[in-house]
Design a protein around this ligand. Structure first.
Ligand code: ADP
Ligand code: ZN
Length: 528
């Protein structure tokens, strides 16, 4: 009874043309599609915008039965299904947003063999009733989208994904294709092992997105800096601005609107209806700026996003890559801009320290953050570093801030010694909490109320740092934190020494530091 409607066509190129209206496959697609259409298992690593969807949609159309797509993006299933139906593909979905009647209708269609593709939320697959339903139909393949969610080592782990290891046991003859746009070598290996895809063919595309210009700037007045970027380079462009907290999303959106930029907020605290409406407007209208937490964006297919701006430091390079990857899917020049400052490092270290979970989990978070900091503080090509993080090779690109305006390094050894010995002195006043601001006051010889209260103007280090200014000292602290030569402890952001600090204090280690280039403006030319 499942054969009431056979495959659309046997030939994959014909399906590409007739159903999707495209002339030719993109790089990698043809091979992957042939392999999966022939019943092979595949693990696909391909950047955002590379064209992953067709890699399972076309095989599902040329094979008998229904292609089952597992995706965590419940909010997008309706859109995905609508888009497929618009080109004549018989698609449906099952997730928790439906009422029982809707679900029964989809189930009946599935059993009648009248579906080409069925989208499923991972938590549904864990239900025995869903498994029994699948048993009664005919499955052409399983596609596991956002496959990095199965990796605990990754940055976006979802426990529901672990259950997907059972697919192979329960339906051993059904081919599986897992896809992700972000995976370090470690995450790649973990996906393969957790999903039993070691024997699958692995297709790894280049992660380079040459049309994206990467820029990371010191954070001073973030909202003003953002406004300047929008006015000078992206007036009237669609873009996404990421903030860490809901309140900064609200404030930033309001600030932009006040200054004549059409901006909308998006975060999990907003009413679902407002969220959906804002997302729909962003997708349909031209030139809107979405100010959002990272709750926004996964699976969003808007080709002409011209910039992605981060006002706060992402927690990992994977997150940064994935978020910036939403810019320029149409291949046209786009900007990935991040403002980052000392406060980001302090705040994130504190968040890690107070996070739930075991030590291993905290160490994992710290490793992710360290890699992100290293990317921020590098004097090398950002793209080379980014690709290296994903285990890929790149050449200096000429299209990132460090290539366009190379930063210089300076010998920060003496400055580091001064700072670390100040930390050392204060560390002995155990009950007190002294953050970066107070330390810098001491180094600059400022007799603030707090300095006087604690007699810190009598320390031998008082006033020894006047060769640098306040912002330069903040850059020193930031970089020492990034280099692991300094750490943050407790709720107040108290700076403490690390084991490696001893090497600097004992003059066994030099500390080259990054000097920020002159401000980069307008396509990378340094301001006069
Ligand atoms: P990903 O999931 O890898 O981010 P998508 O599958 O959403 O990418 O594809 C990105 C965009 O590229 C979509 O708009 C899609 O229609 C388009 N696309 C995919 N394959 C082709 C192709 N062979 N020719 C032209 N456009 C394509
Ligand atoms: Zn570069």
């Amino acid at each position: 009874a499942t054969d009431t409607h056979g495959p659309v066509a046997r030939d994959t190129s014909e399906v590409l043309r007739r159903v999707f209206g495209y002339d030719s496959f993109r790089e990698g697609q043809g091979e992957i599609i042939d392999h999966v259409a022939a019943g092979g298992d595949a693990l696909v690593l391909m950047p955002t915008g590379g064209g992953k969807s067709l890699c399972y949609q076309i095989p599902a159309l040329v094979r008998d039965g229904v292609g089952v797509v597992i995706s965590p993006l419940i909010a997008l299933m309706q859109d995905q299904v609508d888009a497929l139906r618009a080109v004549g593909v018989r698609a449906g979905f099952l997730n928790s947003t439906q009422d029982p009647d809707e679900r029964r209708t989809v189930e009946a269609t599935f059993l009648a063999g009248e579906l080409d593709l069925l989208y499923l939320a991972p938590e549904r697959l864990r239900l025995e009733s869903t498994a029994r339903l699948l048993d009664r139909g005919r499955i052409s393949l399983f596609a596991i989208d956002e496959a990095h969610c199965v990796a605990q080592w990754g940055h976006d782990f979802r426990p529901d994904y672990l259950a997907l290891s059972a697919l192979h046991e329960r339906w051993p003859s059904v081919p599986r294709i897992a896809l992700t746009a972000t995976a370090t070598p470690a995450t790649h290996a973990e996906i393969a092992s957790r999903l039993n895809l070691e024997d699958a063919r692995h297709f790894v595309a280049s992660f380079d997105r040459p049309n994206i210009q990467y820029r990371i700037v010191p954070k001073q007045e973030p909202k003003r800096q953002l406004l300047e970027l929008l006015r000078t380079e992206h007036a009237g462009d669609a873009g996404i601005v990421y903030c860490l907290s809901r309140s900064s999303v609200e404030k930033t959106a309001a600030f932009l609107v006040e200054h004549g930029v059409e901006a909308l907020p998006y975060h999990a605290g907003l009413d679902a209806g407002v969220r959906a409406a804002n997302q729909a407007r962003f997708l349909r209208e031209d030139g809107l700026v979405m100010v959002a937490t990272i709750a926004f964006g996964m699976g969003i297919d808007k080709p002409d996003v011209r910039f992605v701006a981060h006002l706060d430091l992402p927690k990992s390079v994977e997150g940064y890559y994935q978020e910036t990857g939403r810019a320029g899917r149409d291949g046209l020049p786009s900007t990935a801009w991040l403002a980052y400052g000392l406060q980001d490092v302090v705040q994130q270290r504190k968040m890690i320290e107070s996070s739930e979970g075991d030590d291993a989990h905290r160490r994992r978070l710290a490793t992710h953050l360290d890699a992100m900091l290293a990317l921020c503080e590098t004097v090398e090509c950002r793209r080379v570093r980014l690709l290296a993080y994903f285990g890929q090779h790149g050449e200096p690109c000429g299209n990132c801030d460090t290539c366009l305006t190379p930063p210089t390094t300076w010998d920060g050894t003496i400055a580091a010694q001064k700072l670390l010995s100040t930390v050392y002195r204060l560390q002995h006043e155990r009950r007190q909490k002294f953050g970066a601001g107070h330390l810098i006051d001491i180094l600059l010889g400022r007799r603030t109320a707090k300095v006087i209260q604690f007699d810190h103007d009598t320390l031998t280090v008082f006033g020894v740092g006047q060769e640098l200014g306040e912002s330069e000292w903040r850059a020193v602290v930031r970089q020492l934190l990034a280099l692991g030569l300094l750490a943050v402890e407790g709720d107040y952001g108290t700076l403490v020494l690390t084991e490696a600090s001893g090497e600097v204090l004992g003059r066994r280690r030099e500390v080259p530091l990054r000097r920020e280039p002159e401000r980069v403006r307008r396509g990378g030319k340094a301001a006069a």
